[in-house]
Design a protein around this ligand. Structure first.
Ligand code: AMP
Ligand code: ZN
Length: 115
C-alpha cells in the first residue's frame, strides 16, 4: 500500500469509489470519467506501478484479473456482445495513474484503431 497512490487508497477503502467486485487480489470499480456505458477499472490490491514492473510471480495475478473481467462482463450481460480490456503503459501509452490497472469497456460498439 502506497499512501500517496490513488488506486491503493481506493483499494483500501480510504477514497470512495463505486465498487462492482472485489476479492483478495483485485478490486473492480467504476471509472470516474466513463468512455462507454460500462467502464470499469480492474486494479490489483498490491501496488504495481506499470506493466513494466510485472514479474513471473505476477502471471497468476494477471490471469486472474482477466478471468474476473470476463466474469464481470458476463454478469453485466454484455460478454457475448463483446467488450475491450485496455492497459495503458507510461506516458505515450496514455497512462495517468501509476498503479497497474485494466480498463473494461462495454455496452457500445467500440472502434479500431483507438485514439
Ligand atoms: P489511465 O489513463 O489508463 O492511467 O487510466 C486512469 C483512469 O483512472 C482514467 O480513466 C480516469 O478517468 C480514472 N480515474 C481517475 N481518478 C479516479 C477516481 N477517483 N475514481 C475512479 N476512476 C478514476
Ligand atoms: Zn498503488
Amino acid at each position: 500500500m502506497s499512501s500517496d497512490c490513488l488506486f491503493c487508497r481506493i483499494a483500501a477503502g480510504d477514497i470512495p469509489a463505486t465498487i462492482r467486485y472485489q476479492d483478495d487480489l483485485v478490486v473492480v470499480f467504476e471509472d470516474i470519467n466513463p468512455q462507454a456505458p460500462t467502464h470499469l477499472l480492474l486494479v490489483p490490491r498490491r501496488h504495481i506501478p506499470t506493466t513494466l514492473d510485472l514479474t513471473p510471480e505476477d502471471n497468476a495475478l494477471v490471469g486472474h484479473i482477466f478471468q474476473v473481467a470476463a466474469k464481470v462482463a458476463d454478469n453485466l450481460g454484455f460478454a457475448q456482445d463483446g467488450f475491450r480490456i485496455v492497459n495503458n503503459c507510461n506516458q505515450a501509452g496514455g497512462q495517468t495513474v501509476w498503479h497497474l490497472h485494466f480498463h473494461l469497456l462495454g455496452q457500445r460498439q467500440l472502434s479500431w484503431p483507438p485514439g
